[in-house]
Design a protein around this ligand. Structure first.
Ligand SMILES: Cc1ncc(COP(=O)(O)O)c(C=O)c1O
Length: 381
């Protein structure tokens, strides 16, 4: 049996909506499907203002511009994240300051945030790893005390909550991903959530997203023509992509429910190995978190064991993979002056972590095969 790491889930309405938009002949951005997905996200997640973007990477870049980052500013973030989190900051000339993770969730450690705040700190970017919320109440308190912006990297956190509030809606700004590897997909795609009403951020975000122009006001019929007002770019996704996303969002709860079943199945069958010590840690969802079950990871005692398990799963046709290579010890991180020893937990976790195949349409037979294969591999360890 061949089991890929990821596979697209079709809701069944994608083709219908794509055909509809092609027949309407309106495949550029901000058309009827963009309006539909925008309203859907605003209503379901209780967001003040959503703007659809071409990716989470671009949503993060917009956020960095929105808060007016300048050279010499510092932005605190985990090292255990995707390069986009740090690139957004560096593209504005500012410096990413990497902090340690919490062992239980692999999310940013609030105490280490406090340790790293200086007079140059302008913002914090918590990353909700695996669709499990960071300790947002603590992070918002720290931010308020120190007058900092909070930009949530909720690329993996769509339709998940921390303390009953949706991820991406806690901070001043939230960034979502609809990349093909996420729970709800448009191929490439993202969104920025502006959670600070009357802050001027929404108007600025509309302008940045539309090439530095007031075109959004023009589209709404508020002005007769549009022109260049400030620096911006083009972060507007095609309505073709938003048609695919709308089909996916129609199944928001079903997709989450199916993924919970996969999580529960893996958890039930692998927990005994945590008890026996073969697996050091397993993805765990704290009580205050309502996860979207984005991914399922195991952490082994050593890199050698992790690599051996991945290799043996591969021999059995199963694709299990590693995840984030810490940013502080990457080539770029070292150019910034960091060294691997700066964040030992992050460094060690990354070396020992393995993700199992996790896609909405995975069958019980396929999961069963993954578990049976692991049973055999673990016996021989
Ligand atoms: C934490 C995090 N941030 C940002 C991104 C970038 O998302 P996108 O591919 O939509 O640009 C990813 C993608 O995997 C991610 O995991």
């Amino acid at each position: 049996m061949k089991i890929p790491f990821n596979k697209m889930f079709y809701s069944g309405q994608e083709m219908e909506y794509i055909q509809d938009i092609l027949e309407k002949g309106q495949i550029s951005g901000d058309g009827c499907y963009t309006q539909r997905v925008t309203s859907f996200l605003e209503n379901r997640f209780q967001i003040n203002k959503v703007l659809m973007t071409t990716s989470a990477t671009h949503a993060l870049e917009m956020a960095a511009m929105l808060i007016g980052l300048k050279p010499d500013d510092e932005v605190i973030m985990p090292s255990f994240t995707f390069p986009s989190t740090a690139n957004a900051v560096m593209l504005q000339g500012a410096k990413p300051v990497f902090v340690e993770i919490t062992e239980s969730t692999l999310n940013i450690e609030p105490k280490d945030i406090e340790n790293k705040i200086t007079h140059k700190t302008k913002a914090i970017i918590p990353v909700h790893y695996a669709g499990i919320g960071c300790e947002m109440d603590k992070i918002m308190d720290i931010a308020e005390k120190n007058n900092l912006y909070v930009i949530e990297d909720a690329a993996q956190g769509v339709n998940a909550k921390y303390k009953n509030k949706f991820l991406g809606t806690w901070g001043h700004i939230g960034c979502y991903s609809f990349h093909a590897t996420k729970n709800y997909v448009s191929g490439e795609g993202g969104a920025i959530a502006i959670n600070a009403p009357n802050s001027g951020l929404t108007e600025k975000a509309e302008m940045i997203r539309q090439k530095g122009t007031n075109r959004s006001q023009f589209i709404r019929g508020e002005i007769d023509c549009y022109s260049w007002v400030d620096i911006g770019s083009n972060y507007v996704p095609s309505d073709l992509l938003m048609a695919v996303l709308y089909a996916q969002l129609n199944q928001l709860d079903i997709i989450k429910f199916k993924r919970k079943l996969i999580y529960d199945y893996y958890l039930e069958h692998l927990t005994p190995y945590v008890k026996s010590g073969i697996i050091k840690r397993i993805v765990t969802i704290p009580e205050e978190c309502d996860s979207n079950y984005h991914l399922f990871y195991l952490i082994f005692e050593s890199e050698k064991t992790r690599d051996k398990v991945i290799k043996q799963l591969k021999n059995k046709g199963i694709c299990a993979v590693i995840h984030f290579m810490p940013l502080h010890s990457s080539m770029m991180g070292q150019k910034l002056g960091y060294c691997p020893d700066d964040l030992p937990l992050t460094e060690n976790t990354s070396k020992c972590l393995m993700r199992l195949p996790m896609y909405t349409s995975i069958s019980e037979q396929e999961m069963d095969y993954v578990i049976k294969s692991l049973n055999i591999i673990f016996k021989e360890l």
